[in-house]
Design a protein around this ligand. Structure first.
Ligand SMILES: Nc1ncnc2c1ncn2[C@@H]1O[C@H](COP(=O)(O)OP(=O)(O)O)[C@@H](O)[C@H]1O
Ligand SMILES: CC(C)(COP(=O)(O)O)[C@@H](O)C(=O)NCCC(=O)O
Ligand SMILES: [K+]
Length: 245
């Protein structure tokens, strides 16, 4: 079985693939210790190798790889930047500066359908990338994700503070907030969705009328109801399998 790891700035997403390609187990862990303890609790799972993508620092990523490698007695293959992969051409002036999660999400998405596309990843950061029908990456945008938006307010104001338990149910409702938690949660939610809507609107300028919109990442459900958005939770893992076959 293969262990796949997507190390973002907030969470380590992981899954175990059977030889058939079916998912045997999956989860999200906050640390290597947490990851190894989740894996040790699995029954009937025999991991033979691992492939990993990381947007963490090189030092942190190397430590993570060697920690997993020595705990599970396996090789950990790491996805590395490339100027082109899976029909997609990296659009950055310095290709190795493009976030590997953005890159693999685009590569994974392009295998689903070789069409022009907008790839939106809603994690710690929200990223939007444009790829034309020939696989040319036109570049993209990076802005703070929903957790960072709310954190900026709670950190830099005197009177905005509320607990995580107050957050659920505050976002879906568009009406003006009548409490601090409502006002902030709905404000950040609308800000994020307006950003996405503006990108989708601009996409036809870059890609023409025919393009597909993919979403992924921990907060992708925030835009589930937006017209044309197709959520594919494992886009990064799909690209990872191309990068580390
Ligand atoms: N247990 C959790 N810890 C941290 N973030 C969580 C958790 N559960 C859900 N989230 C949400 O998921 C987001 C992280 O999404 P993810 O795609 O994993 O980001 P990243 O790739 O940057 O680590 C957070 O910004 C937060 O809003
Ligand atoms: C933009 C990101 C911070 C997104 O990371 P995430 O929110 O998935 O943790 C990451 O892709 C990154 O560090 N990129 C390098 C900078 C760039 O892509 O230009
Ligand atoms: K990510």
């Amino acid at each position: 079985m293969i262990l796949e790891l997507d190390c973002g700035n907030s969470l380590i997403k992981w899954r175990v693939l059977q030889v058939s390609g079916d998912v045997a187990a999956q989860g999200a862990s906050v640390s290597a210790v947490d990851l190894l303890s989740a894996l040790s609790g699995l029954t009937g799972v025999k991991i033979e190798r691992a492939r990993l993508v990381s947007v963490r620092s090189d030092l942190e990523t190397e430590e993570l790889c060697s920690c997993i490698s020595s705990a599970l007695f396996i090789d950990v293959q790491r996805a590395l930047p490339a100027p082109r992969l899976g029909g997609v051409v990296n659009g950055y002036l310095e290709y190795d500066r493009l976030g590997m999660d953005r890159w693999l999400a685009m590569v994974g998405a392009f295998q689903l359908e070789r069409r022009a596309m907008v790839v939106i990843d809603l994690g710690t950061a929200v990223t939007v990338d444009f790829v034309d029908a020939e696989g040319g990456h036109l570049g993209g945008y990076i802005c703070p994700g929903i957790s960072l938006l709310r954190q900026q307010l709670t950190t830099h104001t005197r009177r905005i503070s509320y607990t995580a338990e107050e957050i659920p149910m505050m976002q879906g409702e568009p009406a003006p907030g009548r409490s601090t938690v409502q006002a902030v949660e709905r404000g950040c939610f609308l800000m994020l969705r307006s950003f996405v809507a503006s990108q989708v609107l601009a996409a036809s300028d870059y890609l023409g009328a025919d393009f597909v919109i993919y979403s992924t990442g921990g907060d992708a459900t925030l835009i589930d109801d937006m017209v044309g958005v197709r959520r594919v939770p494992d886009l990064v893992f799909r690209g990872l399998a191309i990068a580390c076959p």
